[in-house]
Write a protein that binds this ligand. Structure first.
Ligand code: GAR
Length: 214
């Protein structure tokens, strides 16, 4: 889809999307907004890498972008710079979409239970890098993807949504990653729509939606 996003009303909840690379999950969120599956607007796309491919797509869609390099900064210093860029947008949610840096507690505490991440495994299995490779090496028959709230530990916060993907005997890392990615693109938009527009609370580690039919 190449049209420019037009949902600019301040009544529509804003998302800030953090990326480090390709940005296909950001594009999937943007596509879902454009075709009405996700009632939100993308206020800005922020990357820690200026060469992130996703920034090009964001600019093509007329979405504000910013680069906040992490090099040479402590995690806290970087978090403060990110906050300077993101806070003025007053996002309803901050969506990590292939953002490959651990965020400092200062950043996480600024948006309590309002930062989401998508990870290519059924958490708590296979945290960290190369989750699809880890799944193949372990030999699981089912893996998938997880949307979760971000807390101060890596790939750890309460689970919002998961989708399962069956591992096939012929799979290599690329084929498995591609089938998981297709599920990620669907799951992330659905999870964001649900969190923005349906009442929910956290009980223990569980994200409970008050109206389970939605
Ligand atoms: C996605 O598979 C995402 O789940 C993963 O990086 C990829 C980014 O792709 N994220 C993580 O592994 C985070 N721990 P994208 O840039 O095309 O959205």
């Amino acid at each position: 889809m190449s049209s420019v996003e037009t949902t600019e009303s301040p009544a529509v909840p804003g998302l800030c999307v953090l990326i480090s690379g390709r940005g296909s999950n950001f594009l999937a969120l943007s596509d879902a907004i454009l075709d009405g599956r996700l009632r939100a607007r993308i206020a800005c796309v922020v990357s820690n890498r200026e060469d992130a491919q996703g920034l090009i797509h964001a600019r093509e869609r007329g979405i504000a972008t910013a680069v906040v390099p992490h090099k040479g900064l402590t995690r806290s210093e970087h978090a403060l710079r990110l906050l300077d860029v993101i806070t003025p947008h007053a996002p309803a949610l901050v969506c990590l979409a292939g953002y490959m840096r651990l965020l400092a507690p200062e950043f996480i505490r600024a948006f309590p239970n309002r930062i989401l991440n998508i990870h290519p495994s059924l958490l708590p299995a296979f945290t960290g890098l190369d989750a699809q490779k880890q799944a193949l090496e372990y030999g699981v028959r089912v893996t998938g993807c997880t949307v979760h709230l971000v807390d101060e530990e890596l790939d750890h916060g309460p689970v919002v949504a998961q989708a399962a993907v069956t591992v096939q005997d012929a799979d290599d890392e690329a084929s498995l990653a591609a089938r998981i990615l297709a599920q990620e693109h669907k799951l992330y938009a659905e999870a964001v729509e649900k969190l923005l527009h349906h009442p929910w609370e956290i009980r223990g580690r569980r994200v409970i939606f008050s109206n389970p039919s939605h």
